[in-house]
Design a protein around this ligand. Structure first.
Ligand code: NI
Length: 182
């Protein structure tokens, strides 16, 4: 299986709004399989189709320790967000090596199609809730750096652009130890 290329901030293609999937057919399942493969290869815990330049409303997630609990969301709809919030340090495969605290609603209720094209409900909190919200943002052209100050975002943008030019984006010495990248 081929690993898909992950786009990096500030690539404008990350700002596209993904379109709904009309039918969960073999083509869509092939995309999902490739997305899971890419996510595991990149050591991420979540990946939205937008990040691999496929502008369809598809998300893959696995927040389990043993990497054996695949969660796939197609055309997810947020039904409920709690007023209670949670703050978590987030990273992103599209913003490699940068981590910032983001505050989001704690609990979430989502309706979504699964891999078999069946509609299911998901009610969750904690890491999975954060992850789903982060990935749905991607489908809407939004990144976790949009939740932090303009100053911090611009600083990250400058650094990534410079590191990419130098070809050292993935060999930085100051990258923190492995953390959850969504
Ligand atoms: Ni992300």
């Amino acid at each position: 299986m081929n690993k898909l290329e992950v786009l990096h901030f500030p690539d404008k293609r990350l700002r596209k709004i993904a379109k709904s999937v009309e039918k969960v057919d073999q083509e869509i399942k092939d995309i999902i399989d490739q997305m899971f493969f890419t996510m595991y290869e990149e050591k991420g815990i979540g990946l939205a189709a937008t990040q691999v330049n496929i502008h369809k409303r598809i998300i893959v997630i696995d927040v389990s320790e043993n990497k054996n609990e695949k969660v796939c969301l197609i055309n997810p709809k947020i039904l409920l967000l709690s007023e209670d919030t949670d703050s978590m340090e987030e990273g992103c495969l599209s913003v490699p090596g940068f981590y910032e605290n983001v505050t989001r609603p704690k609990d979430i209720k989502v309706s979504t199609l699964n891999y078999d094209g069946k509609e299911i409900m998901l009610e969750t909190d904690g890491l999975l809730s954060t992850c789903i919200q982060h990935e749905i943002d991607h489908l809407n052209g939004k990144l976790f750096v949009d939740h932090i100050s303009t100053l911090k975002r611009d600083r990250i943008k400058k650094k990534i652009t410079k590191l990419k030019k130098e070809g050292t984006l993935f060999s930085r010495k100051d990258i923190p130890n492995y953390k959850s990248v969504i």
